[in-house]
Design a protein around this ligand. Sequence first.
Ligand code: SF4
Ligand code: SF4
Length: 335
Amino acid sequence: MSRLRFIKKKPIHKLAEILPEIFSQRFKKGDKVAVKLHMGEYGNINYIRPIWARTVVDALKSAGTEPFLFDSPTLYKKKRHTVSDYHQTAKMNGYTEETMGCPIIISDEGVEHKTEHLDVSVCNDIADADGMVVLTHIKGHICTGIGGAIKNLGMGAVSKKTKSDIHEGCKPVIAEGCISCGKCVEVCPGDCFKLAEGKKLEMDLATCYGCSICVLNCPAEALKSKFALFYTLIAEGASAVLKKLEGKSVYYINLLYDLSEKCDCVDTYNPLIAPNIGVLAGYDIAAIDQASIELINKKAGKKVFDLRHKRPSELHISEAERLGIGSREYDIEDT
Ligand code: SF4
Ligand code: SF4
């Protein structure tokens, strides 16, 4: 059972008040502490506002540590695909060394860690840090249902090679037993299937996200992943990152604000689909993501992200628990 702090009122003030003491208990003076976050795609307006990161950085500095912000470039080719483009986008979104008061490192260099299905390339700057704060904006995500701390690490703290391995490894293959029900045609967000009357199912993966939704929804188990479902691979990515930090302190902060339908990689219209809730903070990656989903669903009165993405949003969290990197059991302390 993990205890999570829940802040509803004046969250910036409250974090500025409580974090210095929490950090001075968990980190040593002089520690190089990575703040892992997503600084927003160019054109996205729901990403983490710079004041949240600056509050974390100031608290780390007041605890005597040497923080730096970290993220990795994207696999897809938008305005964070290269290191220099990402720096430029971060600047446009308000993240500079001047506004943050610390270095901002963007890097794709990695160090290998083997998991059941992957040779994960964990970003060097994270692996070499003395500790980490995982600062996450909660939002919907096409492949996990919800984008939380597990997604922040499992996709965001690994190199492009691993990002590609994860998305490729869960693409579907057609196995035996298709009953031509058309469910995959209906649920696929990439329009990858065609089923003409009297013909066999056709599949074209050119626009496949590797989200596993088709595999999870096929009633005949006629679709299989190349080597594992997305939710397993993303949890393996996160577990590899945390293995590299074994014995070091990791603290999680989930921001339940600006709860958008899609992730912060989206550069087009991305509506908000649930009310603002507050901030969760604690030491357990599975507990904090589980609590985030449950608080959102409770406030919205429905399973917001499950409905949007046509499958449970907790699958990757239960995988994280199975891999031993956290427990979904938690209690909440109002702060
Ligand atoms: S959902 Fe499964 S059974 Fe139905 S058409 Fe697609 S592959 Fe065939
Ligand atoms: S993995 Fe997702 S995008 Fe790819 S074919 Fe299946 S449902 Fe479509």
